[in-house]
Design a protein around this ligand. Structure first.
Ligand code: FMN
Length: 148
């Protein structure tokens, strides 16, 4: 069964709410397995068909955890080529982080990215959570099609 990993960082809980809603949306599609994690070893990434990264923007940047994960994955030559990649995150005013993530997934890891990234200002409201669910559904549908 195709597997989706949602990995996120969140300091004040906003991106965490997004992550859980993305997972809820993905789980609405039959025939895919969904895992949500706060941290993961780079070797783990190879076990998934889609990798979805959630990171808020702090200081115009993604979280340090994500940077470290990408660096470790690259240094250890773990291939993510042709896996599906997507990104989301809460932000306050500039929201660069998910865009930076997608750029790395596409250019460094040669993943098939779902654009654009999903950005929500501060705490997601009901509409925001619906958008997160839609993203999760879209990723799962892509995967179900891709692996069929
Ligand atoms: C110290 C600090 C720096 C921040 N820097 C940025 C920034 O550069 N750009 C931006 O869009 N939001 C910035 N924010 C706002 C956060 O992205 C926003 O509060 C977000 O909802 C936090 O998500 P989280 O609850 O998942 O940690 C900053 C917030 C703090 C406290």
């Amino acid at each position: 069964m195709p597997k989706i990993l949602i990995i996120y960082y969140s300091r004040t809980g906003n991106t965490e709410k997004m992550a859980n809603a993305v997972a809820e949306g993905a789980r609405m599609i039959q025939g895919v397995e969904v895992e949500v994690k706060y941290q993961t070893a780079p070797e783990e990434l190879a076990n998934f068909d889609a990798i979805v990264i959630g990171t808020p923007t702090y200081h115009h940047d993604m979280s340090l955890d994500m940077k470290n994960l990408f660096e470790e994955t690259a240094v250890k030559n773990i291939s993510l080529k042709d896996k599906i990649g997507a990104a989301f995150g809460s932000y306050g005013w500039s929201g660069e982080a998910p865009k930076l993530v997608l750029e790395i997934l596409k250019n460094k890891f040669q993943m098939r990215t779902i654009e654009p990234p999903l950005l929500i200002r501060y705490e997601p409201d009901q509409t925001g959570l619906e958008k997160c669910k839609e993203l999760g559904k879209k990723i799962a549908e892509n995967l179900a099609l891709f692996r069929a």
